[in-house]
Design a binder for this molecule. Structure first.
Ligand code: ADP
Length: 226
């Protein structure tokens, strides 16, 4: 779950990125976050991951109040989130299995837990036979599937995907979005930042649109009409 209540964010140089942003996302929802470049989408993501702090207003992520979170709690908060980026951000020197193992080791998973969980998530993203392959031997769409598997491997409550299809062709983009929809149907809350209007229009989902740091539309199905 996410709660943004009257959130303002002013960067050190005086730029106001968010100007009274309100947003509520409940567990299990699938939400597209759209808006023009510079509207504050990345700033929202950075507030949710704890990379930036709000100047004013309340930010709550999966039960953690980020206004008064202790620094030792931040890693625990982050474990409730899986993040997927436009540029995949895989470790090139590690195989697919190695990438997922690395993410599980970071949270202290047992070898037995890894042997069970990694094949499960690889099957889920359709890469059950690619465990021993290196990222540079895969297509962009496949690499993004690995990144999604990595985001899922520690069983987060929510996935935040930041322009996940930005580097992919339309067919691959559709496949990735369909995969995110399927993962959501299995129970993971999904927040997808994108500016790909045509893609958003193909899914009947809640679309939250922001502009100049405020919410301008929040509606089910299709892109926003402003
Ligand atoms: P979007 O992701 O929608 O393109 P951003 O959240 O990146 O929008 O940016 C919102 C506004 O905040 C823009 O005016 C941008 O220039 C500014 N901004 C973003 N990050 C920083 C930063 N670290 N320091 C100063 N200004 C920033």
């Amino acid at each position: 779950m996410i709660r943004l209540v009257d959130v303002e964010k002013e960067y050190d140089n005086g730029t106001k990125a968010l100007n009274g942003m309100n947003l509520r996302i409940d567990d299990g929802e699938f939400v597209f976050l759209v808006g023009p470049s510079g509207s504050g989408k990345s700033t929202i993501i950075k507030l949710l991951t704890g990379e930036e702090r709000s100047t004013q207003g309340r930010v709550v992520v999966n039960g953690y109040n980020l206004n008064n979170i202790r620094s030792w709690q931040i890693p625990y908060m982050r474990r409730t989130l899986g993040v997927v980026f436009q540029d995949f951000r895989l470790i090139e020197k590690k195989t697919v299995w190695g990438n997922l193992e690395f993410a599980m080791r970071a949270v202290g998973a047992s070898p037995r837990g890894m042997r069970k969980r990694i094949p499960y998530v690889l099957d889920l993203v359709g890469l059950g036979d690619k465990a021993d392959v290196y990222p540079n031997e895969m297509s962009g769409g496949e690499q993004q599937r690995v990144a999604i598997a990595r985001a899922l491997v520690n069983n987060p409550q929510m996935i935040i995907a930041d322009e996940p299809t930005g580097n992919l062709d339309p067919q691959r983009s559709l496949e990735i979005m369909t995969l995110l929809e399927r993962i959501n149907s299995l129970g993971t809350t999904m927040l997808v930042v994108t500016h790909e209007k045509e893609l958003v229009d193909r899914f009947s989902k809640r679309v939250v649109a922001i502009k100049e740091g405020v919410l301008v539309s929040d509606a089910e199905g299709g892109y926003y009409k402003v």
